[in-house]
Design a protein around this ligand. Sequence first.
Ligand code: PXP
Length: 246
Amino acid sequence: MRPLRLGVNVDHVATVRNARGGGVPDPVRAALLAIEAGADGITAHLREDRRHIRDEDMKRLKAAIGKPLNFEMAATEQMLDIALEAHPHACCLVPEKRTERTTEGGLDVVAQHNHLTPFVAELSRAGIRVSLFVEPSAEALAAAASMRAPVVELHTGAWCDAVAHGDKEKAEHEFARLKSAAGLTTKLGLECHAGHGLDYETARKIAGLPEIVELNIGHFLIGEAIFVGLKESIGKMRAAMIEGRA
Ligand code: PXP
């Protein structure tokens, strides 16, 4: 079984910081602690409205961490310029709506094929590993492969919501979609990541899909850290992932 990496998303440390407008809690400090606790990489989303991570945070994260930085961004010219300058290890292209509370769905890779393709090409040319945040559907994966994106991240939000609401039937249906999408990535030559809404239980279960090599997890880990500390929440997540993988 291939190893499963954990990318820790530190956006919501910045959310708490921004609630008061000062410098604490610092997402860079959280990133360093996350790495100490066993994170394989750090993820941060520079939103167009800068509601959590800010430009300066991205620069500081890049300078401070010794592990891969995964820069989540919308496919806009402004974000492309920032990404090319920051030169993170990876960029994950995500859809963005100002009114949403979080990234509500995957990219519409079929309708946006012509818009997204140059972003994939330009970031790849710069040596940045590009992933596309997509719905777990055959059409989305085929479109991602045709854009020559090396990586896809499967949106696990619908499945996690169904699990959280105790909707067993929907949860089974959504998990089956994730499973078949993960299987398809191998056939299409895509590296497969997954994320959104994962907690210990859902991370344990999805870790059992062998094609998935990276999980990106934020909100739950930061929320748990309020009660048990970041090191412990990450340690428990890592244990759940190892258990699920085995
Ligand atoms: N992956 C992507 C592409 C995301 O946009 C997000 C949310 O920022 C996550 C993973 C992490 O989701 P969560 O914070 O719910 O764990």
